[in-house]
Write a protein that binds this ligand. Structure first.
Ligand code: SF4
Length: 315
């Protein structure tokens, strides 16, 4: 399904965009759902960067979080389960002038869409990919997802999830040509916003895992982390995610240079604590969108070539 807003055709560069210019339909997520605060952070980013609504595209797959494009007055594509990344790739390759954001859930990205995820990392096309990770299939009512913690009871594995969860950070950091990996949490809005801003400014494929509460089906999963900021370790560095507002509250910090991939992998592998921050950034990675050389033919020339080719099969 696609949708688009009717946007005023003003002579543009004089325009100044306010929050209302980006607000779409009223969000219908459950009360207390972490998706609400992610939407707020994204809207704040759009205002801060003054992104033109008609030059901005949000692409999603299927899941609770994938309703995102409906709630913004930009262009949007609410597509098929697991297929947000190929759609976003097509958009960006054909319209490199657009700002492209991808919104995926954990089932969407890490299960049915996992092959697309791996190749999107390697292709390193300029876009922001957000993984809204609530560790459950919420839309289909509490089924085990790839990131559900082992032993957590769900409707598909009522005696507890059998397997250790997939780690989206180590998967991303282990993929060839990775260029930007960060983790943040929706209940730390200043960190969430600073992370999204850093991701937006990265010239390549930015992958941001956002830990997200689902009060409907994973109630209490992050209760300790929310109540006790000391249980979270912030990764800090001058080149990392900078959110001075957190200095007085989040005092458990570790210095991590985001150019150090080996260290990033070690930190991501260690599941003894929740770490928020920029794990890795490399602005020099190869980018498919810059390297590819599409044939310079018009649409009508392409159709003529296709017809010529098909004529070989005429009987
Ligand atoms: Fe949010 Fe969970 Fe409700 Fe889905 S089911 S809208 S993830 S609280």
């Amino acid at each position: 399904m696609t949708h688009c807003a009717i946007l005023p055709l003003l002579d543009d560069d004089e325009r100044e965009f306010a929050l209302g210019d980006y607000e779409g339909a009223t969000a219908r997520w459950c009360p207390g759902c972490g998706d609400h605060s992610i939407l707020t952070a994204v809207e704040k980013l759009l205002v801060a960067e003054q992104l033109k609504p008609e030059q901005t595209v949000f692409v999603s797959g299927i899941g609770c979080s994938s309703r995102f494009p409906h709630y913004l007055k930009t262009y949007g594509f609410h597509g098929l389960h697991g297929r947000a990344l190929p759609v976003a790739t097509g958009v960006k390759l054909h319209r490199p002038d657009l700002d492209v954001f991808v919104v995926m859930g954990d089932g969407d990205c890490c299960s049915i869409g996992a092959a697309h995820w791996i190749h999107a990392i390697r292709y390193n096309i300029h876009m922001v990919a957000m993984l809204l990770d609530n560790s459950i299939y919420g839309l289909t009512k509490k089924q085990t997802s790839p990131t559900t913690p082992q032993g957590f009871k769900t409707n598909t594995q009522p005696f507890g999830s059998f397997l250790p969860p997939l780690n989206p950070l180590t998967t991303t950091l282990g993929t060839t040509n990775v260029s930007f990996v960060a983790q943040t949490a929706e209940w730390v809005p200043a960190h969430l916003y600073a992370t999204l801003r850093a991701a937006y400014h990265h010239p390549g494929f930015s992958f941001v895992r956002i830990l997200q509460r689902c009060p409907m089906y994973t109630q209490g999963m992050y209760e300790e982390a929310v109540k006790n900021p000391g249980s979270i370790e912030l990764l800090i560095h001058d080149d990392g995610v900078v959110a001075p507002e957190l200095d007085k509250i989040y005092k458990n910090r570790a210095t991590h240079d985001p150019s150090d991939l080996d260290s990033a992998r070690r930190l991501a592998e260690d599941s003894t604590r929740i770490r928020l921050g920029l794990f890795y950034r490399n602005k020099g990675r190869a980018r498919y969108d810059l390297l590819r050389k599409p044939p310079k033919v018009t649409s009508s020339e392409r159709i003529a070539l296709l017809n010529q080719e098909l004529d070989h099969y005429a009987v």
